[in-house]
Ligand binder design. Structure first.
Ligand SMILES: *Cc1c(COP(=O)(O)O)cnc(C)c1O
Length: 348
């Protein structure tokens, strides 16, 4: 099997952890592992003096946690809605009855930052919710510009970096981001099941609300202070996370990983050009390549890759538009072979 869908091809060493006996979680040994994971995570995202919460639950769970505990303390949210993930922030605000502005950005387009600033001046929100990368299209947003607008207008910035952590450069301190979230099946390239909240130092002592028992920030932070979780963690995943973080550190940190992801994206995109596939994103992230084929039969390429080649890519709701992740292990040769197979199915 080959996978170009999240989390992609996973390192054998990490996979094998999942097949071995594992420790009981209410032990000092498990606590030490989690405290180390927190230190490395904060380092990789440049969040000095910050805190993390590692939840058993997917990225959307962490998004809901942020809305319950933090966004619900605010008067008005402003959401960048550039696709299905951006729209999810808006739906969550509505779900919890939090006034929110739904700022729509067309498919695969960048934000018009001057217009964005004008809207912020008009709407006067106190919290800004966006994605770093709208994974449904491949469009990367400019966090430096967003951060400058938020600083200028004193709006708290919350960013879903689920698909850019370890795939794009990201510095929470420099950007003044209050909260970032990610999950394990994207840039971390381990199985799905954990999500991570990064809380900037500025939120130390913040009066978070208590609107969701399982995701409660206060109880999770209290427990994590001693390396524990309030409820049963997915122990194996926490161990795989720790092993992966140590591996990242040993391999040269986030920049090394980011440059590998970028290289894979560049390689695959040369094949896209060769076969005439348009990449609609105005400013594409290296995390994935979203490309338009001429396939007009629903998910045909996706299905044939699975049946004929035991290979996964990611389909979408748009005819002929597919996505290939660059966050798992993949060689230049494998990417060339993948593109050739897609081409052969397309013209067959
Ligand atoms: C994958 C993804 C999510 C959702 O994460 P789940 O782990 O599937 O809940 C949210 N936002 C972005 C930008 C993503 O790429």
């Amino acid at each position: 099997m080959e996978s170009y869908a999240f989390p992609g091809n996973i390192d054998q060493y990490i996979m094998e952890i999942g097949a071995q006996p594992f420790m009981y979680m209410r032990t000092d040994a498990f606590s030490e592992i989690n405290k180390e994971s927190e230190r490395i995570l904060l380092d990789l995202i440049h969040c000095s003096g910050g805190r993390t919460i590692i939840y058993t639950g997917s990225g959307t769970g962490a998004m809901a946690a942020v809305v319950e505990n933090y966004v619900s303390t605010k008067q008005k949210a402003f959401v960048v809605d550039g696709g299905s993930f951006g729209h999810r922030w808006y739906e969550m605000c509505r779900y919890y009855d939090i006034p929110a502005v739904d700022y729509r950005v067309p498919f695969a387009c960048d934000i018009d930052y001057d217009d964005l600033e004008a809207q912020i001046e008009r709407e006067r929100p106190d919290v800004f919710l966006c994605q770093h990368h709208e994974t449904s299209s491949g469009q990367l947003f400019d966090l430096a510009r967003i951060s400058a607008i938020c600083r200028q207008h004193r709006v708290s910035l919350v960013v879903d970096v689920i698909s850019t952590f370890l795939a794009e450069e990201l510095n929470m301190d420099a950007l003044g981001i209050d909260i970032c979230i990610t999950s394990t099946q994207k840039g971390l390239n381990i199985p799905p099941g954990l999500s991570i909240i990064f809380l900037g130092r500025a939120l130390e002592g913040y009066p978070f609300r208590h609107r969701g028992y399982y995701w409660d920030f206060a109880s999770n932070l209290d427990n994590l202070r001693r390396g524990q979780t309030p409820f049963s963690p997915a122990t194996i995943l926490y161990l795989q996370l720790n092993a992966r973080l140590r591996q990242l550190q040993a391999e040269g940190g986030e920049l090394q990983n980011i440059s590998e992801v970028r290289h894979r994206a560049q390689v695959f995109r040369t094949h896209c050009r060769k076969y005439g596939w348009d990449i609609p994103a105005e400013n594409p992230s290296s995390a994935i390549t979203g490309f338009q084929t001429s396939d007009n039969e629903e998910r045909r390429i996706f299905k044939r890759l699975m049946t004929d080649f035991a290979t996964y890519i990611m389909p979408s709701g748009r005819e002929g538009f597919y996505r290939v992740s660059h966050m798992g292990l993949q060689t230049d040769e494998a990417l060339a072979r993948l593109a050739e197979r897609i081409h052969l199915i397309e013209v067959s």
